[in-house]
Design a protein. Structure first.
Length: 319
């Protein structure tokens, strides 16, 4: 029995696809997509368990080159298990791949066409242009943000399965702050730290505004409404300079601007105005996938493994 809550339509679509696999023609893999905390990874794991298949799971953000992905999955996609059981190949967090990640997306496409077993890919935004080769060969299934009713059921079930004290008020508060994200709701419930997202600016949005906005008041408002300290914001900016800017000259300008702004902030000078210069560096306008600073991930190990997600996912939610 599947325990994923609030995703009946997506579950039925996935089950129908797997029941008809391999297809005689057409799309050979699934692309599960949607916001964080909607049960994408959990669904794939539970399906493998339900069907008594071996689950081969890879986090694409950790295996960014064609060579590493081929070495890890090249043998298993055609090799029958010792007990002649089926297999499910799960490639999680493909958002972490960039178009320049040494042929990784092209290699995944090859694996999908060669595999004797079904493959599930997971991402948040399937419409990024880098995923076009994968969208053409995958059936896309959306897992939508969860309703308040579903989040409440998940939190109640979480209390029961972990022998936690049932606190209706705490559940309501965590639910209202979750915005359809079960993982955030559970983390908020267990830690007692409730972030009201409508009052806080998402750090990914803040970084986008800092890099692209030509309006200093917009930058000031975003930073003011962000729940990160100036120190943390600078760590985020520096981590993503190479993502935002593509040439050595652009990156050198950006690092110089950020270093000067950081120094001004420490001397209590008008540093936010200086960041406006980042938007003045000429470069093509395109969507960028920003990532958290590397040191954030070390905190993820402290959280409960039953959240059914990687340390990287937990780190993003915790911060």
């Amino acid at each position: 029995m599947l325990t994923v809550i609030g995703q009946d339509h997506a579950i039925n679509e996935v089950l129908t696809f797997l029941a008809k696999w391999p297809p005689k023609r057409g799309k050979r893999a699934l692309l599960l997509w949607g916001p964080t905390g909607t049960g994408k990874t959990m669904l794939a794991r539970e399906l493998a368990q339900k069907k008594q298949w071996d689950l081969i799971e890879v986090n694409a953000a950790d295996k960014r080159s064609a060579k590493s992905i081929r070495e890890l999955l090249g043998g298993t996609i055609n090799q029958t298990s010792l007990l002649n059981k089926g297999k499910l190949i799960l490639i999680d967090e493909i958002d972490g791949l960039s178009g320049g990640d040494r042929g990784a997306i092209g290699e995944i496409k090859k694996l999908v066409s060669e595999s004797k077993f079904p493959i599930i890919l997971i991402c948040s935004n399937p419409y990024d242009k880098k995923f076009l080769p994968l969208r053409n060969i995958c059936k896309s299934i959306e897992m939508k943000a969860l309703t308040n009713s579903s989040i409440e059921k998940i939190l109640i079930e979480h209390c029961k399965s972990n022998s936690l004290k049932f606190d209706p008020e705490k559940i309501r508060t965590a639910n209202s702050a979750s915005h359809g994200d079960a993982r955030r709701a559970i983390i908020s419930f267990e830690s007692g730290v409730i972030e009201l997202k409508d009052k806080k600016e998402n750090i990914f949005k803040v970084i986008q505004i800092i890099f692209k906005s030509k309006n200093v008041n917009e930058i000031k408002t975003a930073i003011k409404n962000c729940d990160k300290s100036p120190y943390e914001i600078f760590r985020w900016i520096k981590e993503n300079i190479n993502t935002e800017f593509s040439t050595p000259s652009q990156r050198a300008q950006a690092y110089e601007i950020v270093s000067q702004a950081d120094l001004m902030q420490k001397k209590h000078k008008s540093w936010i105005n200086h960041l406006l210069k980042l938007s003045q560096i000429p470069r093509p306008t395109s969507f960028k996938y920003y990532k958290p600073p590397a040191f954030f991930f070390s905190r993820a190990k402290k959280l409960d493994i039953q959240l059914h997600c990687s340390n990287k996912k937990i780190a993003r939610e915790k911060e």
